[in-house]
Design a protein around this ligand. Structure first.
Ligand code: AMP
Ligand code: MG
Length: 335
């Protein structure tokens, strides 16, 4: 059931469900999350079961603000000033890895000593957190390995029959998952790229930040699979707009029977095969591209295409996160 508009009722229903071992799909600014109270092992188990997610893949825990951290993780003796970090980026799409306290059950962290903490910015998620007054573990509200959900409809279409409540908070404003930053070692290190870049963090902390996300290095964080976020339709990436245009021209000239969709980052000048040409942002703004990326792939996946060709971004800023998601979405089809 998707609820709209009168959020007051939905929020109190969500809190009631979460207090009674239930799970609820909630909007965040990154993607829609499937939330459970960290106090309910039953509900936490449901997250893994509903998503078909392996128990080895740890969950991100969502907090209302900085003041909640010290109850759930150790922040003394770190090289990084967590207050400076959270003042700069919370609420927002930054997840911080810290050493966990016993309040965090092992199922959340896949048995690791470390927990991933985030403070979401979406008004609805924040209200639910405020009223329930307990952290909520929430991975993306989609079947494991599939495209991430950035609208309530995406959640309804893939998991609607398994979730008692989906609160519709509109399209997610960021559209890609949070940046994950490990601050437990000497130098802070990015494990998953997102809207907040290594240089944004380095600037706030005034220290260097390493980028060990799978798209920039061979180091692999727990749960960071090479193949993820995949559509069912074959997805092939083009390095540049020019490369994509060549594929378009070939398809146009060869009169192939294969039905292909072509996705540019920016509206192209030449519109050969116009019906099958798409773009993620009129002017090629990477934040707009990230916002529409999963929605575009979800829609094209449902349309009758044999193949989707998509242009990659330049490897800078949020472009790193866009390429990370695209590369892992396409990994299933590469051989
Ligand atoms: P999502 O499924 O988008 O919520 O992302 C959760 C991801 O966060 C996991 O797949 C891991 O990559 C990462 N993560 C969560 N907890 C930890 C942790 N304790 N240590 C390292 N990475 C983590
Ligand atoms: Mg996910």
């Amino acid at each position: 059931m998707i609820w709209r508009k009168t959020w007051r009722n939905e929020i109190s229903l969500a809190v009631r469900l979460l207090r009674r071992d239930g799970v609820v799909a909630l909007p965040t600014e990154t993607v829609y999350g499937l939330a459970a109270s960290i106090k309910s092992e039953v509900a936490l188990g449901k997250i893994f079961q509903i998503k078909g997610r392996p128990l080895l893949d740890p969950l991100i825990v969502h907090l209302l603000d900085y003041n909640w951290i010290s109850k759930y993780a150790y922040i003394d003796g770190l090289r990084v000033n967590i207050k400076v970090l959270t003042d700069a980026f919370w609420p927002g799409p930054l997840t911080i890895i810290l050493q966990k306290k016993p309040m965090i059950p092992a199922i959340v962290t896949a048995g690791l000593d470390f927990v991933a903490l985030r403070c979401p910015a979406h008004e609805i998620f924040r209200k639910v957190l405020k009223y329930i007054n307990v952290p909520l573990a929430a991975p993306s509200a989609n079947p494991f390995g599939c495209l991430s959900p950035t609208t309530a409809k995406h959640v309804q279409d893939s998991l609607g029959d398994k979730i008692p409540l989906i609160i519709d908070g509109g399209a997610c404003s960021v559209g890609v998952e949070s940046t994950i930053l490990d601050v437990t070692s000497d130098i802070p290190c990015i494990l998953r790229p997102g809207a907040i870049s290594a240089s944004d963090i380095a600037q706030a902390l005034k220290v260097p930040v390493l980028d060990h996300s799978p798209s920039t290095s061979s180091a692999v964080a727990p749960g960071q699979l090479k193949q993820h976020y995949s559509p069912n339709t074959r997805l092939i990436l083009a390095e540049t707009a020019e490369d994509l245009s060549l594929l378009v021209k070939n398809a146009f000239l060869s009169q192939t029977t294969e039905k292909a969709a072509f996705v540019y980052l920016k509206r192209p000048h030449d519109l050969y095969c116009a019906n099958d040409i798409f773009w993620l942002s009129n002017k090629g703004d990477y934040f707009e591209v990230a916002k529409s990326l999963f929605d575009m792939l979800q829609n094209l996946d449902k349309a009758e295409y044999d193949v989707i060709y998509c242009q990659k971004a330049e490897q800078k800023g949020i472009g790193i996160a866009i390429n990370d998601r695209l590369t892992r979405a396409a990994a299933k089809f590469a051989n």
